[in-house]
Design a protein around this ligand. Structure first.
Ligand SMILES: *[C@@H]1O[C@H](CO)[C@@H](O)[C@H](O)[C@H]1NC(C)=O
Ligand SMILES: *[C@@H]1O[C@H](CO)[C@@H](O)[C@H](O)[C@H]1NC(C)=O
Length: 472
C-alpha cells in the first residue's frame, strides 16, 4: 500500500510542476547547440580536462586487470615496460544532439590522445594513437523543495568509439609487445575515461549551468530602479536549452514594484533554426520598462517665447474658426501638455507603434486661471528600437494626432479638426524631444554580450520583442 509518504513526494512533485505550468514566462532565452558546445568546451578547459587525460593511470589500470586468462599476459607485458603514459591529449569538437525521445540532450566529447611507452628492447619511445569519446546526457531534474534544474544524468564512454593504433613502424622484436599493450588497454580505457573524466564533465556542466543562471539574472539598470529576470524553469527542446524567465521591476529602494510572473498572454516561441541564441521578451514587460522611464508628466511651455513660429501658427489656426478667441492670445500665452498615462508600445508582426493619450491646454496669458480650451489627443508614433553594443535604446519617431476632441472650452464656435496640424507640430517640437531625451540613456543589457554576442538586432512578433545576435 502506498503510504502517506508516497503522496507527500508525488503530490509535491505534481504541485511543483503544475505551478510552473500555470505561470507563463515573460521572457524566454533559447541557447542553441553551438552556444552549449562552446560554453561547455570552455568549462572543460577551465576544469583541466586535458590534464586529467594526461594523468590517466594507464599502467596501474593494466596491472589491476582481473587475473586469470590475462594474468600471464599482464605479467609478461609489465616486465618489458619501463613506463607507459599519455603524452598528449586533446578534446575535439563536442557534438550536441537530442536524445531519441527529444527529452534529453546528448553531448559527445571526442577524445584524442597519444600514449607512449618505453621498453628496454629499443631506444625510442613506442607511440600509440588512442581515440575514444565520453558521452554525457543532460536532463531536466525536478524535485520537491529544490528549483528545477539541468543536470548530467548519465556519463559514459563506450567501446564503440574506441580506436588504438600504433604510430611507429615497429621491428618484429617490439611489435608483439605493442600488440599486447593495445589488447590490454582496449578493454580498460572506457572505464578509465568514465572514472577519471566523468566527474570533471559533471563539475564543468554544473559550473556552466550556474554561470548561465548568473548572467541571466544580472539586474538590468532602468534608472530609476532595475529590471530583474529570474528562472521559472529550464526546458530541453530538441537540441536547445530554453530558460523560461519571469521578471520583476525593482524600484530605487530595492523593493519589487511589479511582478511579471502571471499568465497574461501566451508567449509564442518559434524554433531557433540556425540562430545561436535568442531572447524573447513579452510586450507587457517592454511596456513596463518604458513606463518606468516615462511616467505620466506635465510640461508647461511659454509658446511665444520658446517657439514663436508655432505661436503664430496656433493663432492663425484658431482664427480660422474663431477670430475673437485668437485675438485673446497674448505674448505670455502658455501651452500645458500632460501625458495621462505612460506611452504604450503596440507591437505587431512588422511594426511597433507608440500610443499616448495627451491633454493639451492653451492658456491665453500667463495670468489666466482657466485654459482657453483643453484638447484630448490620441497620438501615435513609430517606436524604433536600436542597439549599440550592449546598450538598448528605444526612440519615438514622428507623432501624429489621430484623434482630437474638445474636452472643455469657454469659446464658441470651436473646430478641433482645424487644430490638428498645429497640435501635431507642437507635440513634435515639445513632447517628442523631451521623451526621446529620457529614453536616450537606454538600458544596458549584459546578457547577450556575456553569452559572447556583443552586437544584437531587434525584431518583432505579434506580442513580443525578439533579440538576436547580428548575423555574420
Ligand atoms: C586547473 O589547473 C590550474 C593550474 O594547475 C589550477 O589553478 C586550477 O585550480 C585547476 N582548475 C580546477 C577546476 O581544478
Ligand atoms: C510571483 O508574483 C507574486 C506576487 O504577485 C510573488 O509573491 C511571487 O514570489 C512571484 N513568484 C515568482 C516565481 O517569481
Amino acid at each position: 500500500m502506498a503510504g502517506p509518504w508516497a503522496c507527500a513526494l508525488l503530490c509535491g512533485l505534481l504541485a511543483a510542476t503544475s505551478v510552473e505550468a500555470t505561470l507563463s514566462p515573460t521572457a524566454v532565452l533559447s541557447l542553441g547547440p553551438e552556444v552549449i558546445r562552446e560554453r561547455l568546451t570552455q568549462e572543460l578547459e577551465e576544469h583541466n580536462a586535458t590534464v586529467i587525460l594526461q594523468q590517466l593511470p594507464l599502467l596501474s589500470t593494466m596491472q589491476d586487470q582481473p587475473t586469470g586468462l590475462l594474468g600471464s599476459l599482464v605479467n609478461s607485458v609489465m616486465s618489458s615496460i619501463i613506463w607507459l603514459k599519455v603524452t598528449s591529449a586533446n578534446i575535439r569538437q563536442l557534438q550536441v544532439y537530442p536524445s531519441e525521445d527529444y527529452q534529453e540532450l546528448v553531448i559527445t566529447i571526442p577524445l584524442d590522445m597519444v600514449a607512449g611507452f618505453n621498453t628496454p628492447l629499443i631506444k625510442t619511445i613506442v607511440q600509440m594513437h588512442m581515440e575514444t569519446e565520453a558521452q554525457a546526457v543532460i536532463q531536466v531534474q525536478a524535485s520537491k523543495g529544490t528549483p528545477t534544474r539541468l543536470v548530467v544524468s548519465d556519463c559514459s564512454s563506450s567501446h564503440r568509439s574506441l580506436r588504438i593504433s600504433l604510430l611507429n613502424k615497429l621491428s618484429f622484436l617490439v611489435n608483439p609487445l605493442a600488440k599486447k599493450v593495445t589488447s590490454l588497454l582496449m578493454p580498460a580505457l572506457p572505464d578509465m575515461v568514465r572514472e577519471e573524466l566523468c566527474p570533471v564533465i559533471e563539475a564543468a556542466f554544473d559550473d556552466m549551468y550556474a554561470d548561465l543562471l548568473r548572467l541571466v539574472t544580472v539586474p538590468v539598470a532602468l534608472n530609476p530602479g532595475s529590471l530583474q529576470f529570474d528562472l521559472l524553469s529550464p526546458v530541453i527542446d530538441v537540441d536547445v536549452i530554453q530558460f523560461n524567465l519571469v521578471a520583476s521591476l525593482v524600484n530605487s529602494e530595492g523593493k519589487v514594484s511589479k511582478w511579471f510572473n502571471g499568465s497574461a498572454g501566451f508567449l509564442t516561441v518559434p524554433t531557433l533554426d540556425s540562430i545561436p541564441v535568442r531572447l524573447i521578451v513579452k510586450y507587457d514587460l517592454v511596456n513596463a520598462a518604458v513606463a518606468s522611464l516615462l511616467p505620466p508628466e506635465e510640461f508647461l511651455v511659454l509658446l511665444d517665447y520658446v517657439l514663436p513660429k508655432l505661436a503664430r501658427q496656433l493663432k492663425a489656426s484658431i482664427s480660422a474658426f474663431n477670430a475673437k478667441a485668437a485675438s485673446q492670445l497674448g505674448p505670455t500665452q502658455m501651452v500645458k501638455i500632460r501625458t495621462q498615462k505612460s506611452p504604450e508600445i503596440l507591437l505587431s508582426q512588422d511594426e511597433a507603434r507608440v500610443a499616448q493619450v495627451i491633454q493639451l491646454e492653451v492658456f491665453a496669458t500667463e495670468k489666466a486661471h482657466h485654459p482657453l480650451f483643453t484638447l484630448g489627443i490620441e497620438a501615435y508614433s513609430e517606436a524604433q528600437f536600436y542597439s549599440s553594443g550592449d546598450q538598448f535604446v528605444l526612440s519615438f519617431k514622428d507623432i501624429s494626432s489621430d484623434r482630437i476632441h474638445l474636452m472643455n472650452s469657454g469659446i464658441q464656435p470651436f473646430n478641433p479638426e482645424l487644430l490638428k496640424d498645429v497640435v501635431t507640430d507642437i507635440l513634435t517640437s515639445v513632447l517628442l524631444p523631451t521623451q526621446n531625451g529620457k529614453l536616450r540613456p537606454g538600458l544596458t543589457m549584459s546578457m547577450m554580450k556575456a553569452l559572447g554576442f556583443p552586437e544584437v538586432v531587434w525584431s518583432l512578433t505579434r506580442n513580443a520583442l525578439v533579440i538576436t545576435p547580428v548575423p555574420w
